[in-house]
Design a protein around this ligand. Structure first.
Ligand code: NAD
Length: 377
């Protein structure tokens, strides 16, 4: 396959290396250091590789706008505001999540490796992207980790029983390391029926939403993403703050309750702030992330007893008779690995509109068309 295949409907399939090169060049032109630009490209394309197109390169135009508006700032180093052996409260200072997230996670990992466990409270982070990245980073060092995230200033989810937006998509993520080079087990999910980016993908002609994903202004439950975005003017990027509908929390009252917990831990406890308040419904956008890092060794697992028990349970779980003939029971993170194997070979599919926006963002950043052509050759 060449780097770029254009399909009859205008959608494209792009090989991951040239795709990363276009994204990296865009952010380099926008003032990110080469390292940060590469990191952003790596993380966004990494989300596409794992099938989370909502948190992939479709975000590049929005991130470019964030730089222009001052919502996210290139090349930031975090400040540690409070610290002891097992705790750090970290200010991300609105830096790119790909950078300040990595710095915060590395602080947590170091403390947990030294002390058996650690908690980090990251405030004011730019968009942290796919949260699974952070659990994978901890698992690479043999650590179990739990990450609770909220999105201050992003009111797009209605609480159970409500229509008006009071919550963010607040993801929950946990990682369990394995050994012998096996990929860790990663549970990584928004507490809304879908992440907002999946609504954006659907709006741009990609995969449709589940029928219960959205509640419209009149209380109708629908899979149509338009009530979330309202009218988007020609040449403008769809803004989920403009619609009169809302995303729904997954699992009715239970998902809504879990979402509330994310606001408590990642918003209130970290000091980053919750999605909004009555007095301050519009807050400056950022992610807060409350993370727990645990070393199995600290729990007395000096040999492979933890991993053996995990493997034995996975085997038991997967032995459940499938609901559909020929079906398989998947463990968290397995679907992502299957998609990644396909996309590493076949490339990343992108809807027509999404690809157009990515190329426009590159050109607007000052990447010459000839350079784009070279990168995609
Ligand atoms: P999703 O609905 O695809 O759920 C993903 C989880 O479900 C994964 O753990 C996956 O392994 C598991 N899964 C998927 N299919 C499965 C199956 N058939 N059997 C068993 N398990 C299965 O994802 P989502 O909720 O739309 O979240 C997408 C991404 O959005 C995540 O990476 C999340 O971190 C990210 N996100 C980020 C933010 C942010 O502000 N940074 C906000 C919301 C979501």
């Amino acid at each position: 396959m060449s780097s770029l295949v254009e399909n009859a409907d205008g959608s494209v399939t792009v090989k991951v290396t040239p795709l990363k090169a276009v994204i990296s060049e865009t952010f380099f032109k926008l003032g990110c250091s080469e390292l940060e630009a590469t990191r952003i490209a790596e993380r966004l394309a990494g989300a596409n590789l794992r099938g989370h197109d909502s948190h992939g390169v479709i975000r590049a135009p929005r991130y470019a706008n964030y730089i222009e508006e001052g919502t996210q700032i290139p090349n930031v180093t975090v400040d540690i505001k409070i610290e002891n052996e097992t705790l750090a409260v970290i200010d991300g200072k609105f830096g790119f999540g790909q950078t300040v997230g990595e710095q915060a996670v590395d602080i947590g990992i170091k403390k947990a490796l030294n002390n058996g466990l650690a908690i980090t409270a990251l405030q004011n982070a730019g968009h942290l992207g796919r949260i699974g990245d952070w659990a994978e980073r901890a698992a690479e060092k043999g650590l179990v980790s739990i990450h609770m995230v909220n999105v201050r200033g992003s009111l797009i989810v209605a609480p159970f029983g409500g229509i008006e937006r009071r919550m963010s998509t607040s993801p929950f993520c946990a990682g369990i390391p394995l050994d012998n080079g096996d990929e860790p087990i990663i549970l990584d999910m928004a507490t809304s029926v879908v992440a907002e980016g999946k609504a954006l993908v659907a709006l741009k002609g990609g995969k449709p939403l589940p029928e219960d994903a959205i509640v419209s202004e009149d209380g109708t439950i629908t899979g149509d993403p338009k009530p979330l975005y309202g009218e988007t003017k020609q040449g403008m990027f769809p803004n989920p703050n403009n619609g009169s509908g809302a995303l729904r929390a997954f699992g009715n009252h239970k998902g809504s309750g879990l979402n509330f917990l994310m606001e408590m831990m990642a918003g209130a406890l970290t000091g980053s702030g919750c999605a909004g308040t009555i007095n301050e419904p519009k807050r400056r956008f950022c992610n807060g992330m409350f993370s727990i890092y645990l070393s199995p060794e600290a729990f007395g697992h000096s040999d492979d007893s933890f991993v053996s028990e995990v493997r034995a349970y996975v085997e038991f779980l997967k032995s459940s008779r499938p609901t559909e003939p020929g079906g398989v029971v998947l463990i968290p993170g397995e679907k992502e690995r299957q998609v990644m194997a396909d996309r590493l070979k076949g490339g990343v599919p992108l809807a027509k509109e999404a690809w157009k926006d990515i190329l426009n963002a590159a050109r607007n950043a000052g990447v010459m068309q000839s350079k784009i052509d070279d990168l995609l050759a």
